[in-house]
Design a protein around this ligand. Structure first.
Ligand SMILES: [Zn+2]
Length: 287
């Protein structure tokens, strides 16, 4: 049974859900665990061509989203995207795939597609940033869809691009597209050295974000606690309250007056994602 929400103020919460059996199954998978919004892969994250979206699939997907009262849904791009690769073929493929996901997102009425720019280990940071900017510009070539593109903040492992607010601002400025936005990720930001453990720390971090990138560019956030410490520079998600960020930090994010415009998406293991969602809803209710 799927129970409907009674009321809601501020943010909506959801999780990354499976599309096993077809994209049309995602909304029900989301509703079953208590999501109000959801994220999914529209194609295999490991590789291969995207499954064709038939009109039956799309219709069933949209009907299900409506019936289940989903507020927003977004698409995560595959893991192998790397705009900064030393291989031209990889760079071109990355552009083609993200563009395809934007088109597919538009067909599925998804609000955003988010991606990680990639790693600078082949070509060094300066050239990598240039490659990323060129790549994103190409994604937008003659694109007129409604689905919007977001750069996701990285955890800062190795020579990854997009782990600081300054670097993200540089990419956004370099591309110069009015709709290019940012997907925050609490775990990645924390691992990159942005503290989120207390109300004061959250205030400070988003003040910095506002100053360097601008809060209007902040469109959504992945919501994960962290298995690694502040500035641990590794991408390791943990259930809310069981990691180094802690519940106080998430409470401060949920109740931050300037963050009400964005929704939170859990990317924690599915064993306890239901509990994670319940925790967020409690925070929203002020409990
Ligand atoms: Zn994430």
């Amino acid at each position: 049974m799927v129970t409907k929400r009674v009321y809601c103020v501020g943010m909506f919460f959801g999780a990354h859900v499976s599309v096993a059996g077809g994209v049309q199954n995602a909304p029900l998978n989301a509703a079953k665990i208590g999501c109000e919004v959801f994220q999914f892969f529209s194609r295999s994250p490991q590789g291969g061509p995207a499954p064709k979206l038939t009109s039956e699939n799309v219709e069933a997907f949209l009907k299900s989203c409506k019936e289940l009262d989903m507020r927003e849904w977004v698409i995560h791009t595959p893991y192998y995207i790397n705009f900064a690769s030393g291989e031209e073929r990889t760079r071109k493929n990355s552009v083609r795939i993200v563009r395809e996901e934007l088109e597919r997102g538009t067909t599925l009425n998804a609000k955003y597609v988010m991606f990680h720019p990639g790693s600078a280990k082949d070509v060094g940071k300066d050239k990598a940033r240039k490659f990323v900017i060129d790549g994103i510009k190409h994604i937008y070539d003659k694109y007129s869809g409604a689905c919007e593109l977001l750069i996701e903040i990285s955890a800062g492992a190795g020579m990854v691009i997009g782990d600081t607010f300054e670097e993200i601002a540089e990419l956004i400025e370099g591309v110069g597209h009015p709709k290019l936005g940012v997907c925050f990720d609490t775990q990645h930001a924390f691992a990159s050295g942005y503290d989120l453990r207390t109300k004061e720390a959250v205030e400070e971090t988003f003040k910095k974000f506002d100053k360097i990138i601008g809060l209007k560019k902040l469109k959504m956030s992945h919501c994960n606690d962290s298995k690694v410490e502040l500035a641990g520079h590794r991408d390791r998600h943990e259930h809310l309250g069981e990691g180094h960020i802690g519940l106080k930090g998430f409470d401060a994010i949920v109740n931050h007056p300037k963050l009400k415009h964005m929704n939170l998406y859990l990317e924690t293991e599915h064993d306890k994602v239901v509990e994670d969602l319940k925790k967020l809803k409690k925070m929203r209710e002020g409990k």
